[in-house]
Ligand binder design. Structure first.
Ligand SMILES: [Cu+2]
Length: 355
């Protein structure tokens, strides 16, 4: 037990930081995220419709996503939605989609291209589904696209493809606007779309969105077809709702079973003198500014029960996630002013001045 949790700790500590957040993915695109090993990703989309008439009735369209990282860019996941339109009878069915995702290239949220391939089985549609998702991120903009294939879309006998594209613009480090549009192809169906305003919740790894869409469930099939209008008029049926993304780091629960984790030392001074120490406690860098000479190193030590990072605002390579009781050493070669922040808590800021 102890050995397993230490192995998870080591894996999570060395894995790259990943976004998995609504600041990098429009609502109806699966994105290219893959959880780190030892992380269970829990996403919850809830859309609803209030029907007019003598009785105001709320119709709910929730979709839960659970996925876990297996390492090597692989994830195993399950989505569950209700009031699905992909099965027989329409709107009163539970939809279950199992998927395996492989991130073939890049890391979601980092500048450049990221590509993920997803293979899925939709139990309600009894269909083998697949998606190739591509993201391109440059600074505050992420463009996303997806090509989808479905062996029996909506239980129809013939295989069909669907295309979708969208964009996210990050107005600040905490707020983004996103939208997407898609359709099945040959023949093209009515466009399926969504639009959202997205928030990173300060002091947490969680994101939250407020959204509007004409899609019901958030599966490969559910994201590929517009909801039929409830009154049969053929008009566009708009649902409103929200999404929460919650990464659960299993090692965070280690204190339930163990005392303080053993210290973990990350980074290397490469023979240099550690000329300054910076603590991380109470979700702050204890010394906001340190001054060293070129060729010297700085050590950061995490005394908080939550994990932090040292992420430079410029090109200087930063730390991986620094766990509780972990430290990180970095040597500075060139004189300059190096501002940095913590990726999980962007309000944590500090500066290293190298003379
Ligand atoms: Cu932090």
């Amino acid at each position: 037990m102890k050995r397993v949790s230490l192995a998870l700790l080591a894996l999570a500590a060395t894995a790259p930081l990943q976004a998995q957040s609504l600041l990098y993915r429009p609502p109806n695109l699966g994105g290219t995220w893959v959880p780190d090993p030892g992380v269970v990703q829990f996403n919850f989309v809830h859309r609803f419709h209030v029907s007019e008439g003598p009785v105001d009735e709320v119709q709910n369209f929730p979709t839960f996503t659970f996925a876990t990282g297996l390492g090597r860019g692989l994830a195993l996941g399950w989505r569950f939605g209700t009031n699905s339109i992909v099965g027989p009878g329409r709107l009163d069915n539970n939809e279950s989609e199992w998927f395996v995702r492989w991130r073939a290239h890049g890391v979601e949220g980092r500048d450049g291209f990221s590509v993920a391939v997803t293979a899925a089985y939709n139990e309600l549609a009894q269909s083998g589904d697949g998606e190739i998702g591509v993201d391109y991120t440059v600074q505050r903009l992420t463009l996303s696209g997806a090509v989808r294939g479905m062996s029996h879309p909506f239980r129809e006998p013939d295989a069909k493809a669907a295309l979708a594209g969208g964009a996210v613009v990050r107005l600040t480090n905490y707020i983004a606007m996103s939208a997407d549009i898609g359709s099945r192809v040959s023949p093209t169906t009515r466009a399926v779309w969504s639009a959202a305003i997205n928030f990173l919740i300060p002091g947490s790894p969680h994101t939250f969105s407020l959204q509007a869409s004409n899609a019901a469930t958030s599966t490969i099939q559910g994201n590929s077809q517009a909801l039929p209008s409830f009154d049969g008029s053929g008009s566009n049926q708009i649902l409103y709702g929200f999404e929460f993304t919650i990464p659960l780091h299993l090692k965070r629960f280690a204190p339930w079973f163990h005392g303080s984790p053993k210290p973990v030392a990350l980074g290397t001074a490469a023979g240099a003198t550690v000329a300054a120490e910076v603590g991380m406690s109470a979700v702050k860098f204890t010394t906001e500014s340190v001054t060293i000479s070129a060729g010297q190193a700085v050590r950061w030590t995490n005394r908080d029960p939550v994990e932090h990072s040292v992420t430079f605002d410029g090109a200087e390579p930063g730390s991986p996630i620094i766990p509780r009781n972990g430290s990180y050493v970095h040597r500075f070669e060139q004189p300059g002013t190096y501002t940095y922040h913590c990726t999980p808590h962007p309000f944590m800021k500090g500066v290293v001045v190298v003379k």
